[in-house]
Design a protein around this ligand. Sequence first.
Ligand code: DAH
Length: 343
Amino acid sequence: MQDQINQYTLEIDEFAPANPAQLEEFRIKYLGTKGIVKDLFEQFKAVSPEEKRVLGKVLNQFKQLAEAKFNEYKEAFESESHSGGTDMDLTLPGEGYTVGSRHPLSLVRNEIIDIFKRLGFVVAEGPEIEDDWHNFSALNFPAEHPARDMQDTFFIKKDDGNDIALRTHTSSVQVRMMENGKPPFRAIMPGRVYRNEAISARAHCFFHQVEGLYIDENVSFSDLKQTLYHFVQELYGEGTKVRFRPSYFPFTEPSAEMDISCTICKGSGCNMCKYTGWVEILGCGMVDPNVLENCGIDSKKYTGFAFGMGIERIANLKWVIRDLRLFSENDTRFLKQFKTEII
Ligand code: DAH
């Protein structure tokens, strides 16, 4: 028995478990209910009284040795797992962050702003809730103009000439700019506008525009044409054709609408251009002298041009988005396709 104990003592001295599972094996082997310590104590019962005196002490020491070994490693493993654990695999890849992307309308708006900034235009903004003066009257809309109708405009307050409404176009910002400053003005004005329309794939009750205004001495229609021609070459690439068609807006005289050669079929005819080869992208004209005077600007000294375009329309010609509603539904499956670099 003494030999057995010596043998086991050596084993225990050398034992150094690498993990809690090995320690548990050790516990079962030596200290378990069918373990070695228990077994030795059973054998001990059968030895002679003389031997018992010697062996009793040895056996107790052996038991304490096994218990001490077990407790030593038990504590070591416990404190390790409290301080962060060892069985965590630090080489595994971490959880990634989902990187967002800019909204397609923001991408187009920023591109438009960049082009006009290079021509010396500044960016201005105005309120989305407007009074009658800034949205209609100062812009030369006659009292009975259909745009003032409830069918077209969201009114917040009806008050005989002092109506308050959600602005129907960004042209109202032109008025604010001219009232609050002195010429020359060279600015673009991006923003959201509202119309009383039933929502469908082709129309929405809100959308976005960029307004442009250039007022100085001796500004002519050829300045307007050259500026917008340059803009189109920058936005859609060299060689994109433009044409101006006479039109009517209360706040410009003369007025025009500008078409560009269809960016989708390059003029050969497709769904987008309704097989004409041309698509309209903006309205423009020379600022009506009445508007200048309404805003306190001497129309004998100053002239200028203005233009306004829909951002959704420009985005549509870039990416062919068949349903306008996609722009405001925040469906990430749609939005994450526009992975243009974040500026
Ligand atoms: N305000 C017009 C609209 O919403 C667009 C427009 C046309 C703006 C001609 C202008 C302009 O500044 O000169 O349809």
